[in-house]
Ligand binder design. Structure first.
Ligand code: GMT
Length: 373
C-alpha cells in the first residue's frame, strides 16, 4: 500500500506512535509518505520505503496567522495524485483530519481512504472546545475509518461527538519491545550516590500532567526512601516546577534534564515511574517505562487502567491522591521482592499486549478492510 501519514513531528505521544507505525509498515514493504512541518523526531536516519514531505508555509504581510492547515491540505492533495496514495492516515484530529478530508475532496474520484486516529487531547481538551467542536465532529464523521488509542478514549469520542459505536475502532498504542527493554548503561549515568533509588517522570510539562503532584509525591517518598527525582521533558510548567522544588528544599535531589532523544538509558536505571495526570488517554510513556521493567504509580484517569494494572504492574489512585500515590511508591521501593515481581509483570504485560507486531497487524487489517469497502 501507499500510505500518507500526517502527524506532529515534535516530542509527544501522537507523533511517536505515527512515526513508529510508519517505520513498521515500511519494513513490511509499504511505501510510507510522512507529511509534516519538520521530519518527525524519531525519523533520525534513512529508512527504506520512507519518504518525508515538508509543509512550508509562505509568509505574506497580510497573514497575521500563517495558514498552516491550508498549506498542509494542498500538500496532501498534491501527494494523493503524485504518489497515487491508497490511504491518508491523520494522527491527531486537529487540524490533520480536516486537512486530509479537504485534500481528498479536492481530487474527487480517487479511491484514497481517510483514517483518523484520535490520540486524546484532540478530543478531551482541544476538540471539545466550542472553537473546534464542529469541525472536529465533522472530520471524524467524514473519515472512512476512525481509531482511538484506548477503550476509554473511544467511549469519550462516541459520547462527546454523538458517534455511532461502529464508527470508532480501538487500536492500542504499541512499542518495539526489542528496542524498549532494560539495558545495562554503557557508562554509569552518575545520577545517584550509593543506594539511592531513582524515580522518574517524563512529559511535556503541561497542566494535564499535574507536575506539582509529581514533585509533592516525590517529596513524601524522599522522606522515607533515599532517592532522586529525574524529570525529563519541557513545557509550560517547567518553571513553576523548579520553583516548587526550591520551596520544598529539594534542589539537590531533583534533576531537570529537559528534552532527551533517547530515554531508554534513563528508564533502564529507574526504579519507579510517576504519572499522576489529570487526564491521560493512554499513557505511552507508562508503556515505555513498563517495557524497561519500571513499575508505574499513576492516576486512574482515562486509558491508564488499560495500560497499568493496579496491584500488578504498578498502582493506580484518583488524580490528586498524593499521599496514597506516595504510600504506594514507598511500598514498591522498600519491598525488593514486590518490586522485582512488579517489574517482571510490567515487562510481560507490554510484550504480551502491546508489542509492535500484533498492533501493526491490526492497523493493516483495518486499512485492508476500508480499502475493500
Ligand atoms: O499530552 C501528551 O501526552 C501529548 C499527547 C500527544 O498528542 O502526543 O499525548 C496523547 O497521545 C498519546 C499517544 O496516543 C497518549 O499516550 C497520551 O496519553 C495522550 N495524552 C493525553 O491524553 C493527555
Amino acid at each position: 500500500m501507499k500510505i500518507g501519514i500526517v502527524c506532529y513531528p515534535s516530542y509527544g505521544g501522537s507523533g511517536v506512535v505515527a512515526t513508529e507505525l510508519g517505520k513498521q509498515l515500511a519494513k513490511q514493504g509499504h511505501k510510507i509518505h510522512f507529511i509534516s512541518y519538520e521530519p518527525p523526531f524519531r525519523l533520525e536516519q534513512y529508512y527504506e520505503n520512507i519518504y518525508f514531505h515538508q509543509v512550508e508555509v509562505p509568509t505574506y504581510p497580510l497573514f497575521k496567522f500563517p495558514p498552516y492547515s491550508l498549506v498542509l491540505t494542498n500538500k496532501i492533495n498534491e501527494l494523493i495524485t503524485e504518489e497515487d496514495l491508497d490511504i491518508i492516515h491523520a494522527h491527531y484530529a486537529i487540524p490533520h483530519s480536516l486537512a486530509a478530508y479537504l485534500a481528498c475532496e479536492i481530487t474527487k474520484g480517487t479511491e484514497v481512504k481517510l483514517i483518523t486516529t484520535l490520540h486524546g487531547t484532540d478530543i478531551t481538551l482541544v476538540g471539545g472546545q466550542s472553537s473546534f467542536k464542529n469541525i472536529t465532529r465533522f472530520s471524524i464523521g467524514a473519515s472512512d475509518g476512525v481509531t482511538a488509542v484506548s477503550d476509554s478514549l473511544r467511549q469519550d469520542a462516541i459520547d462527546r461527538f454523538d458517534l455511532s459505536p461502529k464508527k470508532v475502532k480501538r487500536i492500542y498504542n504499541f512499542i518495539d519491545t526489542t528496542e524498549y527493554r532494560r539495558q545495562k548503561p554503557e557508562e554509569p549515568l552518575q545520577l545517584t550516590e550509593g543506594e539511592e533509588k531513582i524515580i522518574i517522570h517524563i512529559s511535556n510539562f503541561r497542566d494535564v500532567k499535574n507536575i506539582p503532584d509529581v514533585i509533592k509525591i516525590f517529596s513524601l517518598i524522599n522522606k522515607e526512601v533515599s532517592s532522586k527525582l529525574v524529570l525529563v521533558g519541557d513545557g509550560p510548567n517547567r518553571h513553576s516546577a523548579k520553583k516548587l522544588v526550591d520551596e520544598l528544599d529539594l534542589a539537590d535531589k531533583v534533576y531537570f534534564l529537559g528534552k532527551q532523544d533517547n530515554i531508554i538509558p534513563l528508564l533502564s536505571v529507574s526504579d519507579l515511574f510517576l504519572l499522576p495526570s489529570e487526564k491521560e488517554s493512554f499513557g505511552l510513556v507508562a508503556l515505555e517505562a513498563m517495557a524497561c521493567e519500571v513499575p508505574v504509580v499513576a492516576s486512574n484517569s482515562g486509558g491508564l487502567p488499560e495500560v497499568v494494572i493496579d496491584g500488578v504492574t504498578g498502582f493506580l489512585s484518583d488524580p490528586g491522591a498524593i499521599e496514597e500515590m506516595a504510600h504506594n511508591g514507598i511500598e514498591l521501593l522498600e519491598n525488593v521482592e514486590l518490586h522485582n515481581q512488579f517489574a517482571q509483570n510490567a515487562r510481560h504485560r507490554v510484550v504480551t499486549n502491546f508489542s509492535a507486531a500484533e498492533i501493526v497487524e491490526e492497523y493493516q487489517e483495518y486499512y485492508q478492510r476500508l480499502m475493500n469497502n
